[in-house]
Design a protein around this ligand. Structure first.
Ligand SMILES: N[C@@H](CCC(=O)N[C@@H](CS)C(=O)NCC(=O)O)C(=O)O
Length: 219
């Protein structure tokens, strides 16, 4: 069965699901959806995701929204058959660690959005909030700490938590942030994620397209 995947390539949240679909080798059909053009505000879309945001999926008769819930569901439903059960480990303690980092990823995203002044810049134009740079370093210090006991953010192997943390942290490139001298583990981890076979498609092109758009809207 082909999974219907409501997203657009620029959505960081959608890209976390996109990486998961690719990591699991699932068949999916992208249904390109533009929130700013009102695509998520229709009754039809609300029936798929009452939260009226992308990403969302339809898998057979099952409809689901919220990027992290979708990534967890895909692993639960298809991880074993894909031979990728470690992406969202079943062991309660290992899984709890992935869940913890997924929850924390939301706070990271919030502070990175604060610094980049998103989504305001994209919608109305505006400036990067450079005065919030201290918050950025707090996040980077935190990721470095997550990477201290293990090579990945939530385990000693790749999990879906890596996808979301990687995508959110990568948004800092919009502001040409490159002050990574205090974060060697983070730099090594990013290089490993960048070698994933689906990285180019799900991360490189989409992130640089959104960066270009962000920069075009800066005032
Ligand atoms: N917590 C949600 C956030 C999703 C989200 O904000 N998506 C944006 C696009 S990148 C959206 O659909 N915004 C439309 C809106 O907020 O009305 C998730 O992780 O799925």
């Amino acid at each position: 069965m082909v999974i219907e995947f409501y997203t657009n390539d620029l959505s960081p949240f959608g890209r976390g699901v996109w990486m998961t679909l690719e990591a699991l080798g699932l068949e999916y059909e992208k249904k390109i959806t533009w929130p700013l053009q009102g695509d998520t505000k229709t009754d039809g879309f609300a029936a798929i995701n009452p939260g009226q945001t992308i990403p969302a999926i339809i898998d057979g008769s099952f409809k689901l929204g919220e990027s992290k819930a979708i990534a967890c569901y895909l692993c639960n439903a298809y991880g074993d058959q894909a031979g990728e059960s470690q992406l969202y480990p079943k062991d309660p303690k290992k899984r709890a660690r992935v869940d913890m980092v997924l929850c924390m990823a939301y706070s990271m995203k919030r502070l990175i959005y604060l610094f980049l002044n998103l989504p305001e810049v994209l919608i109305y134009g505006g400036k990067t909030r450079t005065e919030e740079i201290g918050k950025v370093h707090e996040i980077l210090r935190f990721i470095e700490m997550l990477l201290s006991p293990s090579e990945y953010v939530a385990a000693d192997h790749l999990t879906i938590a890596d996808f979301f943390v990687y995508i959110y942290e990568g948004l800092l490139a919009f502001a040409d942030f490159d002050d990574y001298s205090q974060y060697p583990k983070l730099v090594a981890w990013k290089a490993k994620i960048a070698k994933l076979p689906y990285h180019k498609m799900t991360c490189e092109g989409p992130a640089s397209a959104l960066k270009e758009y962000y920069k075009s809207k800066l005032q």
